[in-house]
Each structure stands twice: as structure tokens, then as C-alpha cells.
Design a protein around this ligand. Structure first.
Ligand SMILES: [Zn+2]
Length: 185
């Protein structure tokens, strides 16, 4: 067998091996476990959600699933950190007694007893229903440092919190109506 023949055979073998490796790698990606379908863990407003394993109690969905659940406006605000126009939301002028919940997962977030008229056109509260219901993140967007407020369970964007609120806390949780649900008492 000539050296040239040997080189040709080796080259063919290595190309074949590479092709087999690529195909098997692609197969193993395709066979990787997918998130269970949403229908397997439905979340009714106000009901405790069953989070997928390994998410530490968090509710994790794809953007496509959120968009389907929320519709475009709530998706834009709650999942893409948008802001509804002032005085356009459902709850800025709501004076009924009840509990405000997360539009994404139904977690109870604010009680009407802490709601006050802020004059901003957004529903405003001086405290969350429980400290652990919300999470805060410092947000440097638009050259302003603001403190973003998120649902602690599904990370939906709710609004921002400012320190110019009324007594007893001095805080103003400035929320988007579209990020909230409301359960009347
Ligand atoms: Zn939530």
C-alpha cells in the first residue's frame, strides 16, 4: 500500500468519524429533557403554583409561553420591564377593598389597606403584603437609578419603589395595573 493511499484512507476515516460525532451530538441535544408543558402545572390566580423541579420555587416559562398567557400589553410591561401610560390602567383609581395579585403567577402582592392616592396615575402602595412577596433590583436604565420591584415568585416586573411615600413606611410602591390582578374582598 502506498503512503498516498494510506493518507487518503486516514482522511476518509477521520471525516467519517467527525460526521458520526456531529450527528450523535445533535441527537443528544434533541433528546435533552424539555421543560414540561405548561398544562402540567397550571397556575390559577391565587392558587399556589407548582414550580418545575430545580427552580427553587420560582416559576420559569419561556417568552413564548408568557406572551400566550399574558397577551401583548401585559407581556411588554411584566416581562420586558415596560411601563403602562399613567392614568390608563385598571387600578390607579380603584378604591375597592381586596388583594392585588401578580398577573404572572397569582401570588398575593399588595393589600388595598396600604394603597394610597399618589397622584401619579399608577396604583401606589406604601408596603407589600409581605416583605418576601416582592424582590427589588437597582435599575440604572435611562441614566436614573431606580429600584425596580419584581414578583418574588415569577420575576414579573411590577414597577418601582421610591422613598417619598406616606407614613408609616415612607415608601411608594409605584406599580403598573397591567402587572396586577385584583381579588375583591
Ligand atoms: Zn408572579
Amino acid at each position: 500500500m502506498s503512503t498516498r493511499m494510506l493518507i487518503v484512507i486516514l482522511a476518509v476515516l477521520s471525516v467519517t468519524a467527525a460526521a458520526v460525532w456531529m450527528i450523535s451530538a445533535r441527537r443528544s441535544v434533541a433528546a435533552a429533557p424539555q421543560n414540561p408543558p405548561v398544562e402540567n402545572h397550571p397556575v390559577a390566580p391565587g392558587q399556589p403554583a407548582v414550580a418545575p423541579a430545580g427552580t427553587n420555587g420560582k416559576i420559569v416559562k419561556t417568552d413564548a409561553e408568557w406572551l400566550e398567557q399574558l397577551g401583548p400589553e401585559a407581556f411588554r410591561v411584566a416581562r420586558q420591564k415596560g411601563t403602562e401610560r399613567a392614568y390608563t390602567g385598571k387600578y390607579w383609581d380603584n378604591h375597592e377593598e381586596g388583594v392585588y395579585t401578580c398577573i404572572g403567577c397569582g401570588l398575593e402582592l399588595f393589600d388595598s389597606g396600604t394603597k394610597f392616592d399618589s397622584g401619579t396615575g399608577w396604583p401606589s402602595f406604601y408596603a407589600p403584603i409581605r416583605a418576601e412577596a416582592v424582590a427589588t433590583v437597582t435599575d440604572g436604565a435611562w441614566g436614573m437609578t431606580r429600584v425596580e420591584v419584581l414578583c418574588s415568585r415569577c420575576d414579573s416586573h411590577l414597577g418601582h419603589v421610591f422613598d417619598d411615600g406616606p407614613k408609616p413606611t415612607g415608601q411608594r410602591y409605584c406599580m403598573n395595573s397591567v402587572s396586577l390582578g385584583f381579588e375583591k374582598r
